[in-house]
Every structure is written in C-alpha cells, then in structure tokens.
Write a protein that binds this ligand. Structure first.
Ligand SMILES: [Zn+2]
Length: 397
C-alpha cells in the first residue's frame, strides 16, 4: 500500500508563518482548487440550507460537505449514484467531502463536539451496539435498526462520489475513560485499515481518502494514532474525537493531535467553526475547518460581524431578533459586499424574522457565508504577506 498515490489530487504548502504553525496551502482536486486555510460549508443533506449553489459560489465558497449518515437514510446512496453523483445531484460543481457517517452515528447519540465544549451533550444514544464488525444504530427517521461498518461506509461514499471521503471510526465522547479510549482507538485503527482496503478495491481515482486521528484528550494515545495515520497511504488527515470540555482544552488537544502528524498532508479539524477557534486552529497548523455554526445561527437570527460591531462581549454574532434592532436602519455590516448588507437594513431583517418570512433565512445565511469566506480570505492574505499575527490580534485574541 505504500506506493499508493492520488494522481488527480495535490496538496502544496505555499508558505509558513514564522511565529506559529500556521500555513498557507493549496488543495487541487478534479473539481477545482481550494486555497487554504479554508472553511467547508455544511450541506448536511446535500443542500446548504436556504441558498443556491450559485449564491454559495458568488459568496466565494470553495468547498462544501454532505453527511453520509443522512444521505444513506434518505434518499439513499444508490439514488445519488443514479443521479450522476453528489455534484450533479445537488448542483454544486466545486470540491465536496463526505464524512464516514460514523461521526454522525455517534454524535447524534452523544451530542456534537461543539455541544460538548458548551457542556450541552445529550446522553441519549442512538447507538445500540458496537462490535468488531461495526455499529448497530437506530435510524433517526423511523427508529429502524441499521448496521454501519467500514465497508458499508466506504461503499456509500464511493456511490455518493464526493472528492474527499473519510475513513470510518468511532468518535468517543469526553466522558470516556482512558481504558475505553485506548480500546476504541485500536478498533478505530482496524476499522480505518478496513476502510482503506474497501476504498482501494473500487477506487476510480476520482476520490482522495482522509484518515482520522483519535485518542481523546490523552497525549500518548494521540501520538499513537498519529503514528498509525502517518503510516497509512491517506491523502489527508482529520482530527476527530473529543476535543475536551473547554476551549483551552480543545486548543491543547488539537495541538497534541497535530504535532505528530506529517506536515506534507492537509489537516482537517472536524466540527469546529467559531471565529476565535479558527484563528487558534490556523495558528496550530489546521488547513481546513467545517462546522454547521455559521449557517445554523443564520436560521436562528444570528449574523456574524467583525469584532467592532459585536454587541456582546463573548458572542461572535449579533442576534437580529433583539428588539434593539427594530429601528436600526443600518446594514448588518457596512463593509460586507453581500446582497443582504447592500440592500437590507438590520430593521428589515429583524422584521423578516419577527414575521417568520423565509427570506430571513436566505438573507442571514448568505451574509454569514460571505462573512466566513471573507474571514478565511483575510487569513490567507495575512499568511501571504507575513501579517497573520497582526490579523490575529485585530480579532483580539
Ligand atoms: Zn453581508
């Protein structure tokens, strides 16, 4: 397996920040280039909720993902394959990633990584049983029992046909003991090897494969997992599993996980997308991020804004549902080129939210997508010009 290659994919490191691990890179895929560091928008069910692919593209979006877990339950991987693959099915011709489904099986049971950091983990698990073969879980759609194995996950992801696919692993929650985490880690490595073998059997050259590093909050386990993924012919690596219970612990765990990974492969941080977390992640050497956060808060009235426009000491967005915006006729962000900021006032968006007009979702989603893409672009430009530390300070970190 050591001579395995990805002839249609490349990852080039262009520049390194002298004061941190931050790096400027370029991912080349059969569906175009991704300049990194980059944010991957979540089209969970093959749609970034509320906006068209053309709007995503016009907002500077480079990269989207969809979740295998959701797609395998509905509409099914076979239907997406019949449609000509995920790009054709959802009308997005740029780079796409699917996850293994494992994260969803476990996170829909345990709560998301972000929920965990916020202390909101849900203990009601959809996981019925974990065996060496795979996981038996309850479908969130109809409660029926399903079996997910490395082979099933890869078969689904090959049928769905995203550019990047991910090995199947177990995502352990924060409360896992060291003994359990170690046992799970070893099983995840066996699952990742089986995932790769399944991928290799039907590889058409149009997909690149990511391995996941696990190990929870334990330094020696993260190191062992890094050694494992480095030794496998993965195209890139994703940092998975619990990242701790606080931001400080998350940065510590990301650093632990990243420091032993080979620097020549792209590194993805799963499920993290807050502004301060992105700056910290970039500084720790992360190349790509994904999170539902920017598009999810949009659906609840949240608009991401530059530091100077925040109305709350901790929150990175303003909540346009607040009565204080009812007569605010200024744009969400006067520097933002999105149609929402160009045409609508805060008062109008507040009114749309109050009256539950569906345009409110589109307006705020579009703005937040623009915001994230402009943020990532400013980070890339700062890395290009050697001013990343200044930019980081501007966001008061
Ligand atoms: Zn805007």
């Amino acid at each position: 397996m050591s001579d395995f290659s990805y002839p249609h994919f490349r990852f080039d490191l262009l520049k390194k920040d002298p004061h941190s691990q931050a790096r400027r890179g370029r991912l080349s895929t059969p569906h175009g280039i991704v300049e990194t560091p980059a944010f991957i928008f979540c089209g969970t069910k093959a749609s970034v909720k509320g906006i068209y692919p053309s709007q995503l593209k016009a907002a500077g979006t480079q990269f989207c993902l969809a979740n295998t877990y959701h797609l395998m339950l509905q509409p099914g991987a076979d239907l997406i394959e019949q449609a000509g693959g995920l790009h054709a099915f959802m009308g997005w011709d740029g780079p796409l990633l699917t996850d293994s489904g494992g994260f969803q099986v476990f996170s829909l049971g345990y709560g998301s990584v972000a929920d965990e950091i916020k202390g909101k983990r849900n203990r009601i698990s959809s996981v019925q049983k974990i065996t060496e073969e795979g996981v038996i879980f309850k479908s969130y759609l109809d409660g029926s029992l399903k079996m997910m194995t490395p082979e099933v996950s890869i078969e689904m992801q090959q049928k769905i046909g995203a550019d990047f696919i991910v090995a199947f692993d177990e995502c352990t929650p924060y409360h896992s003991s060291r003994t359990y985490t170690e046992c799970s880690l070893e099983r995840s490595h066996r699952w990742e090897t089986r995932s790769f073998e399944a991928f290799d059997r039907h590889n058409n050259g149009k997909q690149a494969f990511y391995g996941i590093i696990q190990g929870g909050v334990y330094a020696d386990l993260r190191e062992r997992s890094a050694e494992y993924v480095n030794s496998m012919p993965f195209f890139g690596h994703a940092i998975g599993g619990t990242l701790g219970a606080s931001k400080e612990e998350m940065y510590y765990v990301v650093d632990l996980a990243r420091r032993h990974l080979t620097s020549i492969r792209p590194i993805h941080l799963l499920g993290i997308g807050g502004i301060s977390d992105i700056f910290e992640g970039v500084a720790l050497g992360i190349d790509t991020f994904d999170c539902v956060h920017p598009t999810r808060i949009a659906r609840h009235g949240g608009a991401l804004v530059p530091f100077a426009l925040r109305d709350h000491s901790v929150r990175e967005h303003i909540s346009l549902k607040r009565a204080s915006y009812a007569q605010d006729f200024t744009p969400i962000d006067p520097t933002c080129p999105c149609e929402t900021c160009q045409k609508f006032s805060r008062a109008y968006v507040h009114y749309l939210l109050k009256t539950r007009e569906i345009l409110a979702i589109t307006a705020l989603t579009l703005h937040n997508v623009f915001f994230m893409n402009r943020l990532m672009q400013s980070i890339r430009e700062a890395l290009d010009t050697g001013t990343f530390q200044e930019l980081r300070k501007k966001w008061a970190l």
